[in-house]
Design a protein around this ligand. Sequence first.
Ligand code: AN0
Ligand code: CP
Length: 320
Amino acid sequence: MRKFFYASDIGDLGKALSEARELKRNRLAYKSLGEGKTIMLVFFNSSLRTRLSSQKAALNLGLSPIVLNIGQDSWKLETELGVVMDGDKSEHLREAIPVMGCYCDLIGVRSFAGLKDREADYAETVLEQFVQYSGRPVISLESATVHPCQAFADLITIDEYKRRPRPKVVLSWAPHPRALPQAVPNSFAEWMLAAGMDLVITQPEGYELDPRFTAGARIEYDQMRAFEGADFVYAKNWSCPGVSDPSRYGQIICSDPSWTVGERQMTVTDNAYFMHCLPVRRNVVVTDAVIDSPASLVIPEAANREISVQVVMKRMLESL
Ligand code: AN0
Ligand code: CP
């Protein structure tokens, strides 16, 4: 595996899930696989789960992690090509990436969407430069449009807790005071559909996600109707994807607090589990009562981040 951006990069999801189950039972089973090898974990943005779970997964495989926080530990990096570098950025990605590639065997990168230029974000311009210039396999640790390690962990979690073979999974938009990327909902929809789940997406008008990730999902604009009979509820805020109106890309176009997931919505589900990738703003995205209830899977979901990324690193090490 040379890159991990999409569900299709990991191939058969049934096989990936059994590999995840096997690794979860014995995390150290492949501890000599990464011996003498290094993974560079490059963060352009903050992280708690991704940085910790990636380091832990690497250590489980005997792989040495090096973490680099861009702009804090390194020089500030210019990411756009063709610009006159007379501002605050001392080095260009074009040199920094091949240099990083010299010191490692695998690379993981977190680089969020800029939310200004839809075309540049959806072309994954930063991550694609890592693929092109590092000479190393590249893992998206949330890039402009995808968060595959999160979606794979979510799939592992749903597989563990499902009470029927094809559960009803509802992805619900929720309010948030800051404009957030679409990476988490894009990948969640993509992976749920690839795994054959009955996926319903509910959102206010104008928040339609890019159809390249959601084709085949049912869309329901009435949140209460969407929640009826759900087995899993996955809440997440995202900013306007700009599908029908590109001029609104990255903006907040609704802040209606009635979309906050609370007991009112959960009572019409089929005793659904509640999921969120975290970090979450309590009583904005979800009420205390729901996230603190026994139906909340947010911690087991975060725990599975170690497993999902370990499967990916293992596959990459095996194909070096
Ligand atoms: C980020 C996002 O919504 O993409 C990271 C989630 C894993 N969330 C925030 O910035 C709050
Ligand atoms: N869910 C997730 O990716 O969390 P972090 O942003 O803390 O890594």
